[in-house]
Design a protein around this ligand. Structure first.
Ligand code: PLP
Length: 360
Protein backbone atom coordinates (compact mmCIF):
# COMPACT_ATOMS: atom_id res chain seq x y z
CA UNK A 1 0.00 0.00 0.00
CA UNK A 2 1.10 3.57 -0.70
CA UNK A 3 0.18 5.55 2.44
CA UNK A 4 0.49 9.07 1.11
CA UNK A 5 -1.17 11.20 3.75
CA UNK A 6 0.70 13.83 5.76
CA UNK A 7 0.99 11.52 8.77
CA UNK A 8 1.03 8.85 9.91
CA UNK A 9 3.65 8.00 7.31
CA UNK A 10 5.07 4.61 6.32
CA UNK A 11 7.59 3.00 8.66
CA UNK A 12 10.56 1.27 6.99
CA UNK A 13 11.25 -2.36 8.00
CA UNK A 14 14.04 -1.35 10.42
CA UNK A 15 11.56 0.80 12.32
CA UNK A 16 8.93 -1.97 12.50
CA UNK A 17 11.49 -4.56 13.55
CA UNK A 18 12.85 -2.34 16.31
CA UNK A 19 9.35 -2.11 17.76
CA UNK A 20 9.04 -5.87 18.04
CA UNK A 21 11.44 -5.87 20.99
CA UNK A 22 10.34 -6.92 24.48
CA UNK A 23 9.50 -4.21 27.04
CA UNK A 24 12.19 -2.98 29.43
CA UNK A 25 12.14 -1.13 32.74
CA UNK A 26 11.68 2.54 31.92
CA UNK A 27 13.50 3.36 35.18
CA UNK A 28 16.49 1.17 34.36
CA UNK A 29 19.87 1.64 32.73
CA UNK A 30 18.91 0.18 29.38
CA UNK A 31 16.16 2.73 28.81
CA UNK A 32 18.45 5.53 30.05
CA UNK A 33 20.91 4.67 27.26
CA UNK A 34 18.16 4.77 24.65
CA UNK A 35 16.73 8.05 25.95
CA UNK A 36 20.16 9.67 26.00
CA UNK A 37 20.95 8.45 22.51
CA UNK A 38 17.61 9.57 21.06
CA UNK A 39 17.84 12.97 22.76
CA UNK A 40 21.38 13.54 21.50
CA UNK A 41 20.44 12.63 17.92
CA UNK A 42 17.28 14.73 18.07
CA UNK A 43 19.33 17.77 19.05
CA UNK A 44 21.26 17.29 15.81
CA UNK A 45 18.02 17.07 13.83
CA UNK A 46 16.64 20.15 15.57
CA UNK A 47 20.00 21.89 15.00
CA UNK A 48 20.01 23.08 18.57
CA UNK A 49 22.33 23.16 21.56
CA UNK A 50 19.33 23.81 23.79
CA UNK A 51 17.18 21.20 25.50
CA UNK A 52 15.04 18.68 23.66
CA UNK A 53 12.38 16.66 25.45
CA UNK A 54 10.28 13.73 24.34
CA UNK A 55 6.67 13.70 25.44
CA UNK A 56 4.46 10.67 25.11
CA UNK A 57 1.59 12.19 23.11
CA UNK A 58 0.68 13.17 19.59
CA UNK A 59 1.94 16.47 18.19
CA UNK A 60 -0.93 18.48 19.65
CA UNK A 61 0.25 17.54 23.14
CA UNK A 62 3.58 19.15 22.28
CA UNK A 63 1.74 22.31 21.17
CA UNK A 64 -0.14 22.42 24.46
CA UNK A 65 3.11 21.80 26.37
CA UNK A 66 4.74 24.77 24.58
CA UNK A 67 1.88 27.04 25.64
CA UNK A 68 1.40 25.98 29.28
CA UNK A 69 5.13 25.97 30.01
CA UNK A 70 5.84 29.50 28.81
CA UNK A 71 2.68 31.56 29.41
CA UNK A 72 0.33 32.76 32.12
CA UNK A 73 -3.44 33.23 31.92
CA UNK A 74 -4.14 36.73 30.62
CA UNK A 75 -0.86 36.96 28.68
CA UNK A 76 -1.18 38.59 25.29
CA UNK A 77 -0.17 36.25 22.49
CA UNK A 78 0.06 36.98 18.78
CA UNK A 79 -1.08 34.10 16.58
CA UNK A 80 0.15 34.16 12.99
CA UNK A 81 -1.97 31.77 11.04
CA UNK A 82 -2.90 30.82 7.50
CA UNK A 83 -4.50 27.42 7.92
CA UNK A 84 -6.15 24.88 10.21
CA UNK A 85 -3.08 24.10 12.34
CA UNK A 86 -2.33 27.77 12.92
CA UNK A 87 -5.88 28.13 14.20
CA UNK A 88 -5.43 25.08 16.44
CA UNK A 89 -2.36 26.65 18.05
CA UNK A 90 -4.34 29.83 18.75
CA UNK A 91 -7.27 27.80 20.12
CA UNK A 92 -4.98 25.97 22.56
CA UNK A 93 -3.56 29.26 23.87
CA UNK A 94 -7.05 30.72 24.19
CA UNK A 95 -8.31 27.57 25.88
CA UNK A 96 -5.68 28.06 28.56
CA UNK A 97 -6.65 31.67 29.18
CA UNK A 98 -4.22 33.62 27.00
CA UNK A 99 -5.51 36.75 25.33
CA UNK A 100 -4.92 35.80 21.72
CA UNK A 101 -4.60 38.38 18.97
CA UNK A 102 -5.33 36.49 15.79
CA UNK A 103 -3.45 37.70 12.76
CA UNK A 104 -5.07 35.38 10.26
CA UNK A 105 -4.28 35.34 6.58
CA UNK A 106 -6.23 33.69 3.84
CA UNK A 107 -5.58 29.94 3.78
CA UNK A 108 -2.86 29.17 1.26
CA UNK A 109 -1.66 32.79 1.14
CA UNK A 110 1.66 34.03 2.44
CA UNK A 111 2.06 35.71 5.81
CA UNK A 112 2.25 39.48 5.44
CA UNK A 113 5.39 40.39 7.38
CA UNK A 114 4.50 44.09 7.44
CA UNK A 115 1.25 43.22 9.20
CA UNK A 116 3.20 41.17 11.75
CA UNK A 117 5.57 44.05 12.33
CA UNK A 118 2.74 46.60 12.65
CA UNK A 119 0.92 44.45 15.19
CA UNK A 120 4.02 43.92 17.31
CA UNK A 121 4.84 47.61 17.15
CA UNK A 122 1.30 48.66 18.08
CA UNK A 123 1.07 46.41 21.12
CA UNK A 124 4.12 46.29 23.36
CA UNK A 125 2.39 43.95 25.82
CA UNK A 126 2.52 40.93 23.53
CA UNK A 127 4.51 38.20 25.29
CA UNK A 128 4.79 35.54 22.64
CA UNK A 129 4.18 34.76 18.99
CA UNK A 130 2.73 31.49 17.68
CA UNK A 131 3.74 30.41 14.19
CA UNK A 132 3.35 27.35 11.99
CA UNK A 133 6.39 26.41 9.93
CA UNK A 134 4.69 24.01 7.55
CA UNK A 135 0.91 24.43 7.31
CA UNK A 136 -0.16 20.88 6.51
CA UNK A 137 -3.78 21.80 5.83
CA UNK A 138 -2.89 24.00 2.86
CA UNK A 139 0.38 22.40 1.73
CA UNK A 140 2.49 25.44 2.28
CA UNK A 141 5.70 26.32 4.10
CA UNK A 142 5.83 29.66 5.81
CA UNK A 143 9.11 31.60 5.66
CA UNK A 144 9.97 31.05 9.28
CA UNK A 145 13.37 32.76 9.12
CA UNK A 146 11.68 35.97 7.91
CA UNK A 147 8.92 35.68 10.52
CA UNK A 148 11.53 35.10 13.22
CA UNK A 149 13.53 38.14 12.12
CA UNK A 150 10.48 40.36 12.69
CA UNK A 151 9.52 38.68 15.97
CA UNK A 152 13.06 38.98 17.31
CA UNK A 153 13.27 42.66 16.37
CA UNK A 154 10.79 43.04 19.21
CA UNK A 155 12.49 40.38 21.34
CA UNK A 156 9.34 38.25 21.68
CA UNK A 157 9.15 34.59 22.54
CA UNK A 158 8.64 32.50 19.39
CA UNK A 159 6.75 29.20 19.63
CA UNK A 160 6.81 27.15 16.42
CA UNK A 161 4.66 24.26 15.25
CA UNK A 162 7.13 22.38 13.03
CA UNK A 163 5.28 19.10 13.30
CA UNK A 164 5.13 18.42 9.57
CA UNK A 165 8.48 19.97 8.65
CA UNK A 166 11.16 19.13 11.20
CA UNK A 167 13.47 16.44 9.91
CA UNK A 168 12.27 17.03 6.32
CA UNK A 169 12.62 20.75 5.64
CA UNK A 170 15.52 22.80 6.97
CA UNK A 171 14.78 24.43 10.33
CA UNK A 172 17.91 25.52 12.19
CA UNK A 173 16.29 26.06 15.59
CA UNK A 174 19.12 28.08 17.16
CA UNK A 175 20.10 30.10 14.07
CA UNK A 176 16.48 31.14 13.58
CA UNK A 177 16.04 31.95 17.28
CA UNK A 178 13.05 29.68 17.78
CA UNK A 179 12.29 29.33 21.48
CA UNK A 180 10.09 26.25 21.46
CA UNK A 181 9.88 24.05 18.38
CA UNK A 182 7.43 21.16 18.26
CA UNK A 183 7.74 17.99 16.18
CA UNK A 184 5.67 14.80 16.06
CA UNK A 185 6.86 11.22 15.61
CA UNK A 186 4.39 10.11 12.93
CA UNK A 187 5.37 12.79 10.41
CA UNK A 188 8.96 12.89 9.12
CA UNK A 189 10.56 10.47 11.55
CA UNK A 190 9.46 7.16 10.03
CA UNK A 191 7.98 5.86 13.29
CA UNK A 192 4.37 5.49 14.50
CA UNK A 193 2.36 8.16 16.32
CA UNK A 194 3.02 8.43 20.04
CA UNK A 195 5.83 10.90 20.69
CA UNK A 196 6.03 14.67 20.50
CA UNK A 197 9.45 16.31 20.57
CA UNK A 198 10.01 19.83 21.83
CA UNK A 199 13.09 22.04 21.95
CA UNK A 200 13.39 24.63 24.70
CA UNK A 201 15.69 27.67 24.40
CA UNK A 202 17.24 29.70 27.20
CA UNK A 203 14.65 32.43 26.62
CA UNK A 204 11.89 29.82 26.86
CA UNK A 205 13.31 28.69 30.22
CA UNK A 206 13.17 32.29 31.42
CA UNK A 207 9.53 32.47 30.36
CA UNK A 208 8.94 29.10 32.01
CA UNK A 209 10.22 30.41 35.34
CA UNK A 210 7.39 32.93 35.53
CA UNK A 211 4.70 31.07 33.56
CA UNK A 212 1.62 30.34 35.64
CA UNK A 213 -0.64 28.29 33.40
CA UNK A 214 -1.65 25.09 35.23
CA UNK A 215 0.45 22.13 34.14
CA UNK A 216 1.46 18.76 35.45
CA UNK A 217 1.96 16.07 32.78
CA UNK A 218 3.62 18.59 30.45
CA UNK A 219 5.89 20.31 32.96
CA UNK A 220 9.27 21.01 31.32
CA UNK A 221 10.94 21.30 34.76
CA UNK A 222 9.96 17.73 35.52
CA UNK A 223 11.14 16.61 32.08
CA UNK A 224 14.53 18.24 32.68
CA UNK A 225 14.86 16.83 36.19
CA UNK A 226 14.11 13.29 35.03
CA UNK A 227 16.24 13.50 31.89
CA UNK A 228 19.25 14.07 34.15
CA UNK A 229 18.55 10.59 35.56
CA UNK A 230 18.00 9.09 32.11
CA UNK A 231 14.25 8.95 32.57
CA UNK A 232 11.02 10.63 31.58
CA UNK A 233 8.66 11.78 34.36
CA UNK A 234 5.89 9.42 33.22
CA UNK A 235 5.90 6.03 31.53
CA UNK A 236 7.08 6.68 27.96
CA UNK A 237 5.96 5.00 24.72
CA UNK A 238 8.96 2.64 24.92
CA UNK A 239 8.33 0.91 21.58
CA UNK A 240 8.37 4.21 19.71
CA UNK A 241 11.69 5.02 21.38
CA UNK A 242 13.12 1.74 20.02
CA UNK A 243 11.96 2.70 16.54
CA UNK A 244 13.08 6.32 16.75
CA UNK A 245 16.53 5.33 17.98
CA UNK A 246 16.86 3.28 14.79
CA UNK A 247 15.37 5.76 12.31
CA UNK A 248 17.44 8.65 13.70
CA UNK A 249 20.53 6.60 12.81
CA UNK A 250 19.15 6.14 9.29
CA UNK A 251 18.50 9.88 9.07
CA UNK A 252 21.87 11.01 10.37
CA UNK A 253 23.61 8.52 8.09
CA UNK A 254 21.74 9.93 5.11
CA UNK A 255 22.63 13.44 6.32
CA UNK A 256 20.19 16.25 7.06
CA UNK A 257 21.04 18.19 3.92
CA UNK A 258 20.54 15.10 1.77
CA UNK A 259 17.17 14.50 3.43
CA UNK A 260 16.08 18.09 2.76
CA UNK A 261 17.24 17.77 -0.86
CA UNK A 262 15.34 14.47 -1.27
CA UNK A 263 12.14 16.02 0.04
CA UNK A 264 12.58 19.02 -2.28
CA UNK A 265 13.16 16.73 -5.27
CA UNK A 266 10.20 14.54 -4.51
CA UNK A 267 7.90 17.47 -3.89
CA UNK A 268 8.90 18.94 -7.25
CA UNK A 269 8.08 15.62 -8.88
CA UNK A 270 4.64 15.62 -7.21
CA UNK A 271 3.94 19.23 -8.21
CA UNK A 272 5.06 18.69 -11.81
CA UNK A 273 2.99 15.52 -11.96
CA UNK A 274 -0.30 17.02 -10.82
CA UNK A 275 0.22 20.06 -13.02
CA UNK A 276 0.81 17.77 -16.00
CA UNK A 277 -2.59 16.26 -15.24
CA UNK A 278 -4.13 19.73 -15.56
CA UNK A 279 -4.39 20.64 -11.89
CA UNK A 280 -3.20 23.75 -10.07
CA UNK A 281 -1.70 23.93 -6.61
CA UNK A 282 -3.79 25.27 -3.74
CA UNK A 283 -1.12 27.43 -2.04
CA UNK A 284 0.90 30.22 -3.57
CA UNK A 285 3.37 28.27 -5.63
CA UNK A 286 6.50 29.93 -4.20
CA UNK A 287 5.47 28.64 -0.81
CA UNK A 288 4.46 25.11 -1.85
CA UNK A 289 5.53 22.62 0.81
CA UNK A 290 8.16 19.93 0.33
CA UNK A 291 6.25 17.54 2.62
CA UNK A 292 2.66 17.77 1.39
CA UNK A 293 1.22 18.81 -1.95
CA UNK A 294 -2.25 20.37 -1.82
CA UNK A 295 -4.08 20.34 -5.13
CA UNK A 296 -7.17 22.27 -6.23
CA UNK A 297 -9.76 19.64 -7.11
CA UNK A 298 -11.65 22.00 -9.46
CA UNK A 299 -15.44 21.67 -9.55
CA UNK A 300 -15.16 18.68 -11.90
CA UNK A 301 -13.59 16.26 -9.43
CA UNK A 302 -15.48 14.46 -6.67
CA UNK A 303 -12.78 14.30 -3.98
CA UNK A 304 -14.30 11.57 -1.74
CA UNK A 305 -14.84 9.45 -4.85
CA UNK A 306 -11.26 10.03 -6.00
CA UNK A 307 -9.94 9.01 -2.58
CA UNK A 308 -12.16 5.91 -2.62
CA UNK A 309 -11.11 4.77 -6.10
CA UNK A 310 -7.43 5.31 -5.29
CA UNK A 311 -7.76 3.28 -2.11
CA UNK A 312 -9.95 0.47 -3.37
CA UNK A 313 -8.55 -0.02 -6.85
CA UNK A 314 -4.97 1.22 -6.64
CA UNK A 315 -3.98 0.70 -3.00
CA UNK A 316 -3.00 4.35 -2.73
CA UNK A 317 -4.16 6.41 0.24
CA UNK A 318 -4.22 10.20 -0.08
CA UNK A 319 -5.88 12.87 2.06
CA UNK A 320 -8.74 15.26 1.35
CA UNK A 321 -9.06 18.83 2.58
CA UNK A 322 -9.62 19.77 6.19
CA UNK A 323 -12.55 21.86 7.44
CA UNK A 324 -13.45 24.57 4.91
CA UNK A 325 -11.25 22.89 2.29
CA UNK A 326 -13.16 19.59 2.47
CA UNK A 327 -14.16 18.58 -1.07
CA UNK A 328 -12.14 21.44 -2.54
CA UNK A 329 -8.62 20.05 -2.42
CA UNK A 330 -6.82 16.75 -2.14
CA UNK A 331 -3.42 16.31 -0.54
CA UNK A 332 -0.51 14.00 -1.23
CA UNK A 333 1.80 13.46 1.71
CA UNK A 334 5.49 12.96 0.89
CA UNK A 335 7.49 13.05 4.07
CA UNK A 336 9.75 10.65 5.89
CA UNK A 337 10.28 7.39 4.07
CA UNK A 338 9.50 8.54 0.51
CA UNK A 339 11.40 8.07 -2.73
CA UNK A 340 10.93 8.95 -6.40
CA UNK A 341 9.27 5.67 -7.21
CA UNK A 342 6.55 6.20 -4.58
CA UNK A 343 5.46 9.43 -6.23
CA UNK A 344 5.60 7.86 -9.67
CA UNK A 345 3.20 5.16 -8.46
CA UNK A 346 0.86 7.74 -6.94
CA UNK A 347 0.81 9.78 -10.15
CA UNK A 348 0.12 6.68 -12.26
CA UNK A 349 -2.74 5.70 -9.96
CA UNK A 350 -4.09 9.24 -10.05
CA UNK A 351 -4.02 9.24 -13.85
CA UNK A 352 -6.05 6.02 -13.93
CA UNK A 353 -8.45 6.99 -11.15
CA UNK A 354 -9.33 10.48 -12.38
CA UNK A 355 -11.85 9.52 -15.10
CA UNK A 356 -13.78 7.55 -12.44
CA UNK A 357 -13.94 10.56 -10.11
CA UNK A 358 -15.39 13.09 -12.58
CA UNK A 359 -18.52 14.85 -11.36
CA UNK A 360 -21.79 14.61 -13.26
C1 PLP B 1 -0.11 16.65 12.18
C2 PLP B 1 0.03 18.06 12.62
C3 PLP B 1 -0.37 18.49 13.89
C4 PLP B 1 -1.12 17.64 14.85
O1 PLP B 1 -0.49 16.58 15.28
P1 PLP B 1 -1.24 15.37 16.02
O2 PLP B 1 -0.09 14.45 16.09
O3 PLP B 1 -2.36 14.90 15.16
O4 PLP B 1 -1.69 15.85 17.33
C5 PLP B 1 -0.15 19.80 14.25
N1 PLP B 1 0.40 20.67 13.40
C6 PLP B 1 0.78 20.31 12.17
C7 PLP B 1 1.36 21.34 11.26
C8 PLP B 1 0.60 18.99 11.73
O5 PLP B 1 0.95 18.64 10.50
Amino acid sequence: MQLRIPGPTPCPPQSLQAMGRQMINHRGGEFAKILESVTEKLKQAFQTKGDVFLLTSSGTGGMEAAIVNTLSPGDKVLSISNGAFGERFADIAEGHGAEVIRLSFEWGKAVDLDAVEKTLKADGDIEAVLATHNETSTGMTNRLSDISAVVKKFDKLLLVDAISSLGCINLPTDDWHCDVVIAGSQKGWMVPPGLAMVSVSEKAWQAHAKAKMPRYYWDFSKAREFLQKGQTPWTPAISIFYALNTTLDLMLNEGLNNIFARHARIAQLARNGVKALGFSLFPEEDYASDTVTAVNATDKIDVPKLIQVLREEHDVVIAGGQRKLAGKIFRIGHLGSVYENDIKLVLEALTKALPRAKKG
